[in-house]
Design a protein around this ligand. Structure first.
Ligand code: ADP
Length: 391
C-alpha cells in the first residue's frame, strides 16, 4: 500500500456549520497527527467520503434532513468490512423527547459517538483516537479478507489448471490408445504369419523371438483395451440408471470368465445381494475385474473360494468380495487403485488398470471402494458402497 494511500485512509473529514469551527477542529487534529479535510457542505463531505477516510467529525446542525438522508444511503453502500466512525458534536438536551429523537436519528449514521457541547479538547481528542482505533481494526479485517480472497483465487486457478491438465491427459490417453490399435493389429497379424509360416524353418532363437513379439503384442493389446475402457468411463456420460440385480450382474461376470473359473476350480458364492439403481454393463465390469483378480492372485495349493455378500447400512449397501488368495501388503491398500499400479510382478498377467476401472464405476454410482488384506496368503477383501434403492 502506498504512503499516499495510507494518508488517504487516515484522513479526518470535518464538517461544521461555521467554517471557523471546522478550521479550529482541523488545527487540533493536525497537531495530533491526523491529516484533516474541512468540507464546506454535505456534497463535499460525500465526495471526500468516497475517496476514503479514517473518520468524520460532524457538527450536528451542519446537515439538513435531505443531506442527512443522502449520507445514510451512501453509508449503507459501504463494503462489508467498513463502518466509518462518526464523532458528532451535538447541542445537547438528549434527555428531552425531541432531543432523544434527534439522537436516535443520528444513530442511523452507524458507528457514532455523540459529544455534547461544549466539548473539551481532551474529550474530543479521546473520542477521535477511539474512533481511529476502531477504523484501524476495520482496515485489518479488510486486508485479511483481501488476503483470503487472493489465496482462494490462487487455489481456484490451481484447481482449474489441474482439472484442465487431467482432462488433456485423459483425452491424450484415449486418442493414443485408440490410434495404437491399428498398427498393433498389423504387427499382431504379421507376427502370426511369421509364426505360422516360419516356425521350425529358422533357428531356435528366431522361434523364441517370434514368441516374444506375440506375447508383447498380447500384453499391449490388453493395456490398450483397458485404457479405452477406462477412457470411455471418464468421457462418456453415464447411461440413465435402471434397477440392476447385483446377483444377475455377478452371473454375467461369471459367464464371461467361465473358462478361467473352470480352470482354477474356484467356488464363488453370493449372499444377500440387492437390486440397486445403476448401469448393468458397468456393474458387470466391476464384478468381472474383482473376480478375475481373485482368480489371478489365488494361492497355488489352496482351492480358491470367493464370497460376495451384501450388507445394508444407513441408506447404502456395502458389498464385499472376499477371497482366500495371496493377499497384498496392507500398506498398499490405497495405492492399488491408482493407474498402472501393480504389486505382484510380471509373471501374473495384468495391466494395472482393473481396479482403477472398478473405482471409477463405483464413484459413478455414488459409492466408495476400498480394500483390506493382511498380506502373505491371508486373502483380500474388496468393499464398495452403493446407494440403496429404497430410501
Ligand atoms: P492388474 O491388471 O495388475 O490385476 P488391478 O488394477 O486389477 O491390475 O490390480 C492392481 C494390483 O492390485 C494387482 O497388480 C495386484 O498386485 C493387486 N491385487 C488386485 N486384486 C488382488 C487380489 N484379489 N489379491 C491380491 N492382490 C490383488
Amino acid at each position: 500500500m502506498t504512503a499516499e494511500h495510507n494518508k488517504q485512509e487516515r484522513r479526518v473529514l470535518v464538517l461544521a456549520r461555521v467554517a471557523r469551527d471546522a478550521d479550529l477542529t482541523g488545527e487540533l487534529l493536525e497537531k495530533a497527527g491526523f491529516p484533516c479535510v474541512s468540507c464546506h457542505d454535505s456534497t463535499e463531505l460525500s465526495l471526500e467520503l468516497g475517496r476514503g477516510s479514517g473518520l468524520v467529525v460532524l457538527a450536528e446542525e451542519a446537515l439538513d434532513q435531505p443531506s442527512f438522508d443522502r449520507l445514510v444511503v451512501q453509508l449503507s453502500q459501504q463494503p462489508r468490512w467498513s463502518d466509518v466512525p462518526f464523532v458528532v458534536l451535538t447541542s445537547g438536551g438528549h434527555t428531552t423527547g425531541p432531543g432523544r429523537r434527534r439522537a436516535e436519528s443520528l444513530e442511523r449514521l452507524g458507528h457514532v459517538t455523540l459529544l455534547e457541547r461544549p466539548v473539551r479538547t481532551s474529550t474530543l481528542m479521546s473520542a477521535v483516537r477511539a474512533a481511529w482505533r476502531s477504523r484501524q481494526r476495520q482496515y485489518e479485517v479488510r486486508d485479511y479478507l483481501a488476503d483470503r480472497e487472493r489465496a482462494e483465487q490462487a487455489l481456484m486457478e490451481q484447481a482449474n489448471r489441474l482439472a484442465r491438465a487431467n482432462a488433456d491427459l485423459e483425452q491424450f490417453a484415449y486418442v493414443t490408445s485408440h490410434d495404437l490399435q491399428e498398427p498393433l493389429r498389423s504387427i499382431a497379424s504379421f507376427a502370426q504369419m511369421l509364426a505360422r509360416n516360419y516356425r521350425g524353418r529358422l533357428d531356435a532363437d528366431a522361434d523364441e523371438f517370434i514368441r516374444y513379439i506375440t506375447s508383447g503384442v498380447e500384453r499391449m493389446h490388453a493395456v490398450i483395451e483397458d485404457l479405452l475402457a477406462y477412457s470411455r468411463l471418464v468421457h462418456q456420460p453415464a447411461a440413465p440408471f435402471q434397477p440392476v440385480s447385483l446377483e444377475n450382474a455377478v452371473n454375467w461376470a461369471r459367464e464371461n470368465l467361465r473358462r478361467s473359473i473352470e480352470d482354477s476350480g474356484a467356488t464363488i458364492c453370493c449372499r444377500n445381494l440387492p437390486v440397486i439403481e445403476g448401469d448393468r454393463v458397468e456393474l458387470v465390469a466391476l464384478f468381472q475385474n474383482l473376480l478375475s483378480n481373485a482368480i489371478k492372485y489365488r494361492q497355488e495349493q489352496v482351492p480358491l473360494k470367493v464370497e460376495i455378500r451384501g450388507e445394508r447400512t444407513d441408506g447404502e449397501w456395502v458389498i464385499s468380495v472376499a477371497d482366500n488368495g495371496i493377499g497384498f501388503e496392507p500398506g498398499y491398500a490405497d495405492k492399488i487403485f491408482e493407474l498402472f499400479r501393480r504389486l505382484h510382478g510380471r509373471d501374473i498377467p495384468g495391466t494395472g488398470l482393473g481396479l482403477t476401472i472398478c473405482k471409477k464405476v463405483v464413484e459413478r454410482h455414488g459409492g466408495r471402494i476400498w480394500a483390506e488384506s493382511k498380506g502373505g496368503g491371508h486373502g483380500s477383501t474388496f468393499h464398495f458402497t452403493l446407494p440403496s434403492l429404497h430410501e
